[in-house]
Design a protein around this ligand. Structure first.
Ligand code: GDP
Ligand code: MN
Length: 349
């Protein structure tokens, strides 16, 4: 390993180990993190795990987005952690505010009702702007313009295993456009009218829905009702043009005008998931079963011992959520015709 001697401000000399620069082929890809300045120290563990397990080898860029200016401390510390180039972007005001057609008083009343009903984040205004931003705007940020692929990373998350292959190249080579680690069911109280609004969109725009879509992942009755299954979007590896394309753009506009980001509490996870399920070819969605992943309160941990050993995973398969009843990943395997790992039944409850 290469190293260089660094004269530190404390007067001592330190030997700093530096990764050899990766010079192989690379995709136009970046990590992307939406965060506040106060998220810095909960974010560092997420970055360290990605860098140690994957990105130290490939050195992809990292785009940080915020609705306020990042502090110089945030920029210094994260730049030191990331092996690729780091970029810091401000979210434009028009992507983080009420559209003209939204009745703010009605939105405030809903927040009050949801506070009383104790719906998670139901009383939060900023959470709604965040969900709307992740649903319909992050991929339009000018810092993401020159990228084809993104990997979303949130504070307080981990990947548990070594990833020795280029995940973005894997996506391209295998014809994948959306990748997830964990799926589960949404709280109905946050999306009461999302499916009716979606059905209205499909009726008006039948040609925008992919003929070989994955409706059977999100509906158990051929589209009459939503089964609440969604990919957990705090982890995503995706193709940016999925969201920038005609179908999803029209879908997001339709949802945005319906107002449910503010009059309910529509999350970006069900919105992205319905988008991916309806507008992609069903073969283009990938479950990453080999990375291991954690975001409170769920772990994904490969249940196969060989996989954990080969990839040096530091997770307990007893904590794995993937095959549990409340997860939708088993359903994903059924509708995809994929084979579940041996012994999955023993992890089902
Ligand atoms: P949860 O995972 O649904 O509990 O929501 P989080 O609190 O983790 O928020 C989701 C993502 O959005 C994380 O990456 C947060 O750092 C980010 N985020 C949430 N609220 C805000 C906000 O008001 N401003 C900014 N800039 N980022 C936010
Ligand atoms: Mn989170």
């Amino acid at each position: 390993r290469k190293s260089s001697v660094v004269n530190h401000t404390d007067g001592y000399k330190y030997r700093k180990v530096t990764q050899p620069k990766y010079t192989g082929p690379k995709e136009k890809a970046t990590f992307v993190t939406l965060a506040r300045n106060q998220d810095l120290y909960s974010l560092l563990g997420s970055i360290a795990s990605i860098e140690d397990r994957f990105n130290g080898k490939f050195q992809y860029d990292w785009v940080f987005l915020n609705d306020e200016e990042f502090s110089s401390e945030f920029k210094r510390v994260t730049t030191a952690m990331v092996s690729g180039e780091t970029k810091y972007g401000l979210v434009p005001e028009e992507h983080w505010s009420y559209p003209a057609w939204i009745d703010k008083e009605r939105a405030a009343e809903v927040r009050e009702e949801m506070r009383e009903k104790k719906i998670i984040y139901g009383d939060s205004e900023s959470y709604r702007h965040m969900c709307r931003y992740e649903s319909g705007f992050f991929y339009r940020h000018e810092l993401l313009k020159d990228y084809d692929w993104y990997w979303r990373v949130e504070p307080d998350t981990r990947i548990h295993c070594d990833v020795d292959y280029d995940v973005f190249k894997f996506m391209r080579d295998n014809g994948k456009k959306y990748g997830f680690t964990i799926s589960l069911k949404e709280y109905i109280g946050t999306i009461e009218t999302l499916w009716d609004t979606t059905k209205d969109f499909m009726k008006k725009n039948p040609s925008l829905v992919h003929p070989n879509n994955m409706m059977d992942f999100i509906s158990d009755d051929n589209g009459v009702s939503y089964n609440l299954c969604h990919f957990w979007s705090n982890f995503e590896v995706g193709w940016l043009d999925l969201w920038r394309g005609e179908s999803y753009s029209a879908y997001f506009d339709h949802l945005d005008h319906a107002g449910g980001f503010f009059y309910e509490r529509w999350g970006d996870a069900p919105v992205h998931s319905i988008g991916a399920a309806l507008f992609l070819d069903r073969s283009e969605i990938h479950h990453f079963g080999d990375l291991g992943y954690f975001h409170v309160p769920f772990h994904a941990c490969p249940i196969d011992l060989n996989t954990r050993v080969e990839n040096r995973c530091n997770c307990d398969p007893a904590d794995d959520f993937t095959w549990k009843g409340y997860s939708c990943t088993s359903k994903f395997y059924t509708v995809s015709g994929k084979t579940r790992p041996v012994g999955w039944q023993m992890h089902a409850d």
